[in-house]
Design a protein around this ligand. Structure first.
Ligand code: SAM
Length: 285
């Protein structure tokens, strides 16, 4: 069914994978969809998005709604969430965070002798992988200068589509133009033949990252406290109550001196928390 929708939908490139429908949807049906999406992913479809949905519309929405909600396999809701999530990301997006990771966070975690110098980082809403791979490049460079530190990066997202891309680790050349040449050479393979125009993250870096589908609305696994969490440019889609729950869960999952990074356009200002701010949109437990 989702294939049929995609066929008929207009894809707006400025909004990544979001789909917009070309015929009218009633207010009550839009509300049903937005409630379903909120309940499943915490994503609050703003009225502007609703306007776009209404403006573009789709005739068999009622039929599709029944299909999604009655699909016992759970596959169709995953497909729907794949379609509505906004996946924009880039390598070293919000560079200041990666500078802080290198200059302050890693040295301070190392000084504190974190669990025999083994640290766990989490890219929680990793999209197509640019964020966790940027983290891994910083970590690799740091470890070269500071042998003895071991790390694992967990990278999760609700969308199976972006996760599949992330796991492949293949990007068109225009996506890596802001990566310094020496890092590009060190950490990426150039595509040849059919893969001309593409680069792929080298296997030794890919192997440092565990990709997994995870919905931030779900309970966090209790084991393995994290030392660093990047949860950037996703809370912005959640309402305040959902953001509060999420921040509380991050506080719980972080190790006593762990760090949380949120997106530059996000804020903890209206939320209750015990984090100490260490830089713009960067916090320490
Ligand atoms: C705009 S991207 C941000 C990617 C990256 N963190 C960055 O800052 O560049 C937002 C990502 O959040 C994911 N997302 C949305 N709702 C989610 C949820 N409830 N649980 C996990 N991931 C979610 C989307 O699939 C999308 O890949």
């Amino acid at each position: 069914m989702i294939g049929k929708i995609k066929e008929m939908a207009n894809i707006d490139p400025s909004l990544g994978t979001s789909i917009f429908f070309s015929v009218k949807i009633s207010d009550s049906l839009f509300k049903k969809f937005s409630d379903l999406i909120y309940q499943k992913a915490g994503i609050y479809l703003k009225p502007e998005k609703g306007k776009r949905l209404r403006a573009c519309g789709f005739t068999s929405f009622a039929e599709y709604y029944n299909y999604v909600t009655q699909d016992k396999s759970g596959i169709e809701i995953v497909n729907l969430l794949d379609c509505i999530s906004t996946n924009f990301t880039s390598f070293f997006r919000e560079q200041a965070h990666f500078d802080l990771l290198d200059s302050h966070v890693l040295p301070s975690l190392m000084d504190r002798g974190k669990r025999n110098n083994e640290i766990l980082l989490w890219s929680a809403a990793c999209s197509s992988g640019e964020e966790p791979y940027s983290m891994a490049i910083i970590l690799e460079e740091f470890v070269n200068k500071n042998p003895g530190l071991r790390y694992t990066i967990k990278a999760t997202d609700i969308s199976t589509k972006v996760l599949a891309h992330a796991q492949r680790g293949v990007y068109s050349k225009d996506k890596v133009t802001n990566i310094p040449k020496q890092l590009l050479k060190k950490y990426f393979q150039k595509g040849v033949g059919k893969s001309e125009g593409f680069v792929r993250i080298k296997g030794n870096v890919r192997s440092k990252i565990i990709f997994k589908r995870f919905n931030l609305m779900d309970e966090f696994p209790g084991h393995n406290p994290c030392d660093v969490v990047f949860c950037r440019n996703v809370m912005i889609y959640f309402n305040r109550a959902t953001q509060q729950k999420l921040i509380d869960k991050f506080y719980q999952v972080l190790s006593p001196d762990g760090y949380l990074f949120i997106g530059h356009s996000e804020s903890l200002a209206n939320l209750k928390h015990n984090f100490k701010q260490v830089a713009a949109t960067a916090y320490c437990k």
